[in-house]
Design a protein. Sequence first.
Length: 207
Amino acid sequence: MLVPGHFAERHALIFIIALGESIVALGVGAEAGVTVGIVAAAGVGTAVAAALWWLYFDVVAIVAGRRLVSASEGRERNELARDSYSLLHLPMIAGVILVALGMKKTLGSVDEPLSLVPAAALLGGAALYLLAHVAFRLRNIGSLNRQRLVSAGLLLVLLPVAVEIPALATVALLAAILGALIAYEALRFAEARDRIRHDLAQSPAPD
């Protein structure tokens, strides 16, 4: 029998493990030595990891968990669990892992441009992550998250730029785009976000 609260929680833990890999990648990438550039890249990379965490756990995880709880037991709940967690979490996790790969290569040479593969991993991974969020929202509440869709498109458009500028600048661009996205959503949907989180504080713990 599918227990909604536990099912959503376990997938959230898998997501956290993937995020942890991106933090580990910062240390592995800096194994050649510590310089001012590497310290700066590590700081910006940590901000990117924090942004990925925020984009999932601030509202998305809460709404998806509630949607699973409210679904009718049986076929509807099982199909929602399959689509939202077993399927759509895969590109989210893959996106985070790709970002970790790009981050590792970034710290290897912060002053040099990334080659095509790590640049595509860094920006393309983040874009894949955001697109999975768009599909996740569409499956759960039937609406399109346009700002995340636009942000994903912008990251892909910037790929040719990423192979021409220093790696540190590419990571800074990624952090800036994700930060701007978070700031926009926090301001634009402040009332709805507050209501969702307030209801969470007032509601009992899920089964």
